[in-house]
Design a protein around this ligand. Structure first.
Ligand code: SF4
Length: 387
């Protein structure tokens, strides 16, 4: 069976579970809080219907990765996860070494489900720790505390061979020194993978409203750079270099699912607000589903699927997406693959000028990647190359 490589990223399935117990003030994901219990069985049946629909569009693929994201998929019953995985196995061939990841919040209730998820087929958890500081967790609107986060990592380490956890840094009022101490604690708990996200203020979030009202101060770009630098230094010292702008792993332990996105592979997305990119005889299609959970459910129950977007991408759009995704990776991109996807060559003048500015570098293998200096200003570098 062919393995996942940079030029053959493979096929994955993304399942979106859109519910959370509360809305975090920085979050712009498609996550919803319900005061009444969710009819989980109906949602799982509808996810099954969407899986059947996407399978009819992607016959013959081998699933190399399944990712349960959200929202909070660790609010799902393990038997729901098992039902969904059985449905996937019914519709596609599944690679023997398939990676099956479930995002989990570290509450004690959710950690207690880890063994059942493992028995259902999940072989990797990604835990939303966010901080090891109780006051910071409160400010981030999280419902767990540092002790629960630590316990969830312990349980994950016992149950799963592979686990990861997320932290958010450059938070309001956080100092670089305090982050350094917190990151050292975090790194001592890492087995193979950690995600480190610099806090960004997203549109239409509570944090945006607070910032606009002058009630939330986040680090400016100079301080943000200091946070970034210490993050890169400490992770490199622990043999956990960044393989993507916010993700660090030991070699060979990268998130295979996210590599499918960043290497511009193919994936089917099911559930409310899920995105997909699938390749059809006419070309690559961008798909996304109805975001509102109950509306999505109604449409799927009536029509078997709830796509609200299903567009053939132009070469130009594919080229832009390819750069946007691929340049996030420290392995960079293959210029020949860009040419195949975009139907044009990268502008040699722009490449030369970005190399001269130290923002990108051509590797001996012929791949083009963003340099260490370019990563903190990645968006600007990508915009320049794509123009
Ligand atoms: S738990 Fe995650 S998905 Fe849910 S609101 Fe918080 S950040 Fe968003």
């Amino acid at each position: 069976m062919a393995r996942q490589t940079a030029s053959d990223p493979g096929f994955g399935v993304y399942v979106h579970w859109p519910f959370c117990l509360s809305k975090c003030p920085y979050c712009d994901f498609n996550s919803h809080v319900r005061s009444q219990p969710v009819d989980e069985r109906r949602f799982v049946d509808a996810i099954g219907a969407e899986l059947e629909h996407r399978a009819s569009l992607t016959k013959g693929r081998t699933v190399r990765s399944v990712f349960f994201g959200g929202g909070t998929p660790s609010l799902m019953q393990a038997r729901s996860v098992s039902t969904i995985l059985n449905t996937i196995a019914k519709h596609w061939q599944v690679a023997p070494d398939v990676e099956i990841t479930l995002e989990a919040n570290p509450s004690s209730v959710e950690a207690a489900r880890f063994r059942d998820y493992r028995a259902a087929g999940v072989n990797r958890v990604s835990i939303g720790v966010q901080s090891f500081d109780d006051a910071a967790l409160k400010a981030l609107g999280r419902l767990h505390n540092a002790a629960e986060a630590s316990n969830a990592i312990d349980v994950a380490a016992q149950v799963f061979e592979r686990y990861s956890f997320d932290l958010i840094y450059a938070r309001p009022n956080q100092t670089v020194k305090a982050w350094e101490a917190e990151l050292k604690t975090a790194l001592s708990r890492v087995r193979e993978h950690i995600s480190l996200y610099q806090l960004t203020i997203e549109p239409d979030t509570m944090f945006e409203r607070l910032r606009n009202a002058g009630k939330l101060a986040i680090p400016d770009s100079d301080l943000g750079r200091a946070f970034w630098d210490v993050t890169q230094e400490l992770t490199a010292l622990q043999s956990l270099p960044a393989y993507e702008v916010s993700n660090h792993a030991r070699r060979g332990s990268e998130s295979r699912h996210n590599l499918i996105y960043w290497r511009y592979g193919e994936y089917a997305g099911v559930g409310p607000g899920a995105h997909g990119r699938i390749i059809t005889p006419r070309g690559r299609r961008a798909q996304s589903t109805e975001r509102h959970p109950e509306m999505w459910l109604t449409v799927v129950e009536a029509d078997g699927q709830a796509l609200i977007e299903d567009e053939l991408l132009t070469n130009e759009e594919q080229g832009d997406e390819f750069l946007l995704m691929g340049l996030r990776l420290t392995e960079g991109i293959e210029p020949a693959r860009f040419e195949a996807v975009a139907g044009r060559r990268l502008d040699p003048g722009r490449v030369a000028s970005l190399i001269a500015d130290g923002m990108v570098e051509m590797m001996p293998t012929g791949r083009l990647r963003v340099s260490a200096e370019g990563f903190p200003v990645l968006d600007a570098v990508v915009a320049d190359l794509a123009a």
